[in-house]
Design a protein around this ligand. Structure first.
Ligand SMILES: Cc1ncc(C[n+]2csc(CCOP(=O)(O)OP(=O)(O)O)c2C)c(N)n1
Ligand SMILES: [Mg+2]
Length: 284
């Protein structure tokens, strides 16, 4: 099974920008949302859904997954909904129901609301990687029993999220169980809820920490779509090590007044800000 799009270059970059525009419209309408983290992850989501992940869309929007994705930083769900709309899975007008009563689009990903597009419910930070490790192990064992190659499991964590100890228990077991089909992507925007990570809980040297836990470690500019998918395609899944990609991103990426500003973690654009944001995203 292959990715049905395999887009690259300007086409893929435009996907990321369209995802960002949808995030701004959606969060502005909801007068809420985690805009900064939605925007930092947009290129990673575009690269995954429009180039990397292997899946097949069946009738009625049902998706058969060979690879799987977990958004562990569940508060960044605005990016995921916008991506689903860009894929044509969600009608664009439905984004305007984000956070409303009875909407299919609550503030964190809920599988019961969007069956089979959302792999697992997240939002409480620190749960995605442990679940992804279990899923990667299940995929490996299932594939081995049939003599097939295993699908990959991608999990996107926040960098602040790595302060949760559960991640490191999962990392330790991922190496022990040789989960070479597990790919952790860290949205390394260097900001967490209210401040820079180095002021709250310094993560550095993050690459050495993962290496010490038995991971194969890579880093990339996480706001450059082609660099992301090219790196993922170059990964060697035969070497028995779980992988981590430290994706260096900018929180609020793409809109001048949001970039690197801690307050945009949980701010939404007002009417004038929305107009400016859409202009900037269209032009870049
Ligand atoms: C266990 C837990 N504690 C606290 C929160 C509240 N919370 C939501 S987002 C966030 C900051 C996350 O920062 P980071 O992981 O760096 O995400 P990003 O910068 O990508 O938005 C916090 C503390 C939570 N969702 N779960
Ligand atoms: Mg962060």
């Amino acid at each position: 099974m292959e990715n049905p799009y395999q887009e690259s270059g300007e086409a893929l970059h435009r996907r990321a920008q369209e995802i960002r525009k949808k995030i701004c419209v959606m969060n502005s309408a909801a007068r809420s949302g985690h805009t900064g983290g939605d925007m930092s992850e947009a290129d990673i989501l575009a690269a995954l859904y429009f180039h990397v992940l292997r899946y097949e869309v069946k009738e009625g929007g049902l998706v058969s997954w060979f690879d799987q994705f977990i958004l562990s930083k569940g508060h960044g769900v605005g990016g995921l909904y916008a991506c689903f709309a860009e894929l044509g899975w969600l009608p664009e007008r439905e984004l305007l129901t984000y956070l409303k009563d009875d909407s299919r689009l609550p503030g964190h990903p809920v599988r019961q609301k969007l069956p089979n597009w959302v792999t697992v419910n997240t939002g409480g930070l620190g749960h995605g990687l442990p679940i992804a490790a279990g899923l990667a192990m299940a995929k490996q064992r299932h594939a081995a029993s049939k003599g097939d190659s295993a699908g990959r499991v991608f999990v996107l964590t926040g960098d602040g999220e790595l302060e949760e100890g559960s991640n490191w228990e999962a990392a330790m077991s991922a190496a022990h169980f040789e989960l070479s089909n597990l790919v952790v992507i860290v949205d390394r925007n260097r900001l967490q809820l209210a401040d820079f990570t180095h002021n709250i809980m310094d993560l550095e040297p993050l690459d050495d920490k993962f290496r010490a836990f038995g991971f194969e470690v890579h880093d990339v500019n996480g706001n450059e779509v082609d660099k992301i998918w090219k790196l993922i395609e170059s990964l060697d899944h035969v070497n028995r090590k779980p992988k981590v990609i430290i994706a260096n991103t900018i929180k609020g990426r793409g809109v001048s007044f949001m970039e690197n500003v801690p307050a945009w973690h949980h701010k939404f654009p007002d009417e004038d800000q929305l107009k400016q944001a859409l202009r900037e995203l269209e032009d870049a």
